[in-house]
Design a protein around this ligand. Structure first.
Ligand SMILES: Cc1ncc(COP(=O)(O)O)c(C=O)c1O
Length: 389
């Protein structure tokens, strides 16, 4: 109800009461095709029977235990996730910002360990212009967009600098022995669905490593199958020391993860970082169900097939108002000449949920299980909205 839930979001006046697969239902029984998935979260769709069964079984067994102890579900998910990524350890938390906060602390401690006998000056974290890493004070500062550093929330922590993605000439002058970590998204989600050039990403990660810094890839949005593989950075061969994940990791139960190995493996010791809810068994049960589904042979094939269908269909319209389409798996950005917010509103009126990113982009992040016919049905509504706005 307006005024009681804090108005931090500027939400639309639509209240959903149910959902199934890639479809949502509002209080009036109206159906919507979901191209948003709760901002890249409901990767297995709504009311997924496998996820519901796993969560129900875990609720009956144990919802929460706390980190004085361990739980079998928590240990099992940690083992499965590290095996799937080739990493050594995982710190579980509750959101993307928290996963990045953990990675920032890890990087700072790593830099301190590396430089403490020489003045302790290895403190700087390099991130990309146009990036987004969260809304806590430190992750806002790690975000390479000035609009996320307004005076009203100042002061921000020191020790962050930014590099322009895809600019090879910037790499050499950026990385030196003051840098403890390089932090990047493989596709900048909130920044506008900007694909970072693979050759540039490799060169920047190599330069960071050569300078003695950790490579941290923020896969909060690109990870857990969104871009057509489990993690984009692994598919791109970036060889990260740290991957951060959240959003779809537990299929809709709040969860984040800072997954690490390589030079980062032994940096954290007991007491360095903690969270009451971190590794909560209910979230871990969701995580296990999601990961098991994604590791089935045809899962990513489907994601890439539907992603390609959406991109090719939008391009085939040859509409003047569409200036560019960028896509990796089911993370799709469409630049348009109209206001993305107006198109989003029109789509919603006509039964399609879409999101926006950057200043000129409509963004699609549908459930990864969306069918081809649902995708085409949603695209019809999107095209009509473009024609009418
Ligand atoms: C790349 C990236 N990092 C971090 C975050 C922050 O995640 P959360 O909202 O779960 O804190 C987001 C959220 O959109 C994101 O896209």
């Amino acid at each position: 109800m307006a005024g009681i839930v804090a108005n931090n979001y500027g939400s639309f006046n639509v209240t959903f009461v149910g959902g199934n697969g890639a479809e949502l239902t509002d209080t009036n029984g109206k159906k919507y095709i979901d191209f948003v998935s709760g901002i890249g979260v409901n990767c297995l769709g709504h009311n997924n029977p496998i996820l519901v069964e796993a969560l129900t079984a875990q609720i009956k067994k144990q919802i929460h235990i706390g980190n004085y102890y361990t739980s079998d579900t928590n240990i099992a998910f940690a083992e499965e996730l590290t095996k799937a990524t080739g990493m050594k350890r995982v710190y579980f938390c509750n959101s993307g910002a928290e996963a990045n906060e953990a990675a920032i602390k890890l990087a700072r401690k790593y830099g301190w360990l590396m430089s403490k006998d020489n003045g302790g000056n290895r403190k700087t974290i390099v991130s990309l212009n146009h990036s987004f890493h969260g809304r806590s004070i430190a992750t806002l500062k790690a975000t390479g967009q000035e609009k996320f550093h307004p005076d009203c929330f100042a002061p921000y922590p020191e020790g962050f600098k930014y590099i322009e993605p895809n600019d090879f000439s910037a790499i050499e002058k950026t990385f030196d022995d003051s840098v403890c970590a390089f932090l990047m998204e493989c596709v900048q989600g909130e920044g506008g669905v900007n694909l970072v050039d693979e050759k540039w990403a490799k060169a920047a990660c190599d330069a960071a490593r050569k300078a003695g810094a950790l490579v941290i890839i923020d896969e909060v949005q690109t990870g857990m199958g969104r871009t057509g593989t489990l993690f984009a950075s692994l598919a791109m061969g970036l060889n990260p020391d740290v991957i951060t994940a959240a959003k779809g990791i537990a299929g809709g139960v709040p969860m984040g993860a800072c997954i690490f190995g390589g030079k980062a493996e032994d940096v954290f010791v007991a007491g360095d970082h903690q969270s009451t809810f971190g590794g909560n068994p209910l979230a871990c049960a969701g995580g296990r169900a999601v990961l098991a589904e994604m590791l089935k042979p045809a899962f990513f094939e489907h994601v890439n097939k539907v992603g390609k269908l959406i991109k090719e269909t939008v391009l085939s319209w040859n509409m003047k108002c569409i200036t560019e389409v960028r896509a990796k798996g089911l993370m799709i950005g469409i630049d348009i000449t109209q206001s993305p917010g107006d198109v989003q509103k029109k789509c919603l009126e006509n039964g399609l949920c879409v999101s926006t990113a950057g200043t000129k982009t409509v963004r699609f992040l549908p459930p990864l299980i969306i069918t081809e016919s649902q995708a085409l049905e949603g695209l019809k509504i999107f095209k009509a909205a473009l024609e009418s706005v």
